[in-house]
Design a protein around this ligand. Structure first.
Ligand SMILES: [Zn+2]
Length: 337
């Protein structure tokens, strides 16, 4: 069974699953939040630039219009999408009630993440928690309800990590491992932007007793330039995640990274399959800005179905391989053990 925001469902009924998205969130760092009246109005004249420099436009990282979110998830449902994993964890303004409504109206299963994003997004009260208290919070989010509701989470993360890792974030990783030990839930981690970050994180998790076969390392394509580095991680038994599908531009908004396009991601994933590690990879789009929603001129949640799956077929992926990444491995990770 899988815990969704509207109760538990059979893992075999999840259908096509996006493992890393944001539906209702605010990823604007506290220092950059502005009055909603001062937020960018996206038009045909500026939509390219807002997409190219998503961080330069106030409000672009705030997705809190429930009607727009509903329309966007509806489009995903119409294309045959089954489940979205909502990675909006503590610090990113999760909205469990809004997600319940969207899921009920669209029929798309939504699985909510538990735990804490990176340190800069946390308030004083959260920063004062010790590892055991953080673990208790995560267990409560998974078993009773999250963010002052009775809506239960179904996965731990995305657990936010910076580079260098802060002491709070190290506790947050250990807390995730403890909560996994109690509940069996999978862990998904946003690593810092340095190629050494994922290995350091896996070492910490492993030492804290985490099950690496139920641990997902996110954002491969902005962390590594060589697929060999990704293969090395996958060989440790974790699941690697390519989750920037739909981002096809040279400019990275948070530093210097040689971002690939969708077909380049697909070739790298092909190498992972060739190495016999096809069960250790999942894919998603990590939508977290207005400019990537169809309502504002972007590709929307359905890009995976309309555009990426055909690209994969053209490049030799079999229907079974595609199903493994988008249906079977997500179901294995989200099912309770
Ligand atoms: Zn992330």
């Amino acid at each position: 069974m899988v815990q969704t925001v509207n109760g538990s469902v059979q893992a075999s009924g999840l259908g096509l699953t996006l493992m890393h998205e944001h539906i209702l969130c605010d990823l604007t760092p506290a220092a950059r939040r502005v009055d909603p009246r001062e937020e960018v109005v996206i038009t045909l004249e500026n939509v390219f630039d807002v997409t190219y420099r998503p961080n330069d436009y106030p409000g672009n990282h705030r997705l809190q219009d429930v009607e727009i979110a509903l329309r966007e998830v509806e489009r995903f449902a119409k294309l045959g999408g089954g489940t979205i994993v909502e990675m909006t964890t503590g610090g990113l303004q999760p909205d469990p009630r809004g997600l319940q409504m969207i899921s009920a109206k669209t029929g798309v299963n939504i699985v909510l993440g538990a735990g804490f994003y990176t340190e800069p997004y946390q308030d004083e009260k959260t920063l004062a928690l010790d590892t055991d208290q953080m673990a208790e919070t995560i267990v409560q989010q998974l078993t009773e309800g999250a963010w002052d509701t009775d809506v239960r989470c179904g996965i731990i993360g995305e657990i936010g990590c910076s580079w260098p890792l802060t002491p709070f974030e190290e506790c947050s990783l250990r807390a995730a491992a403890k909560a996994q030990d109690k509940t069996g839930a999978a862990i998904t981690v946003h690593p810092g932007r340095h190629p050494d970050a994922p290995t350091q994180i896996l070492d910490i998790l492993e030492k804290a007793g985490a099950d690496l076969s139920r641990t997902i390392m996110d954002h491969m394509e902005r962390t590594f330039t060589e697929v060999e580095q990704v293969l090395e991680l996958a060989r440790r038994g974790c699941v690697v995640e390519y989750d920037f599908f739909g981002i096809e531009q040279s400019q990275y908004w948070l530093g210097v990274a040689d971002l690939p396009t969708d077909w380049m991601r697909i070739y790298d994933i092909g190498r992972i399959f060739e190495a016999g590690l096809g069960a250790n990879v999942v894919i998603s789009q990590d939508i977290c800005t207005r400019s990537r929603l169809q309502s504002y001129g972007g590709h929307g949640y359905g890009h995976m179905i309309s555009n990426v799956i055909p690209l994969m077929r053209d490049r030799g992926f079999s229907p079974d391989e595609i199903k493994r990444m988008l249906v079977e491995t997500p179901a294995r990770l989200l099912a309770s053990v």
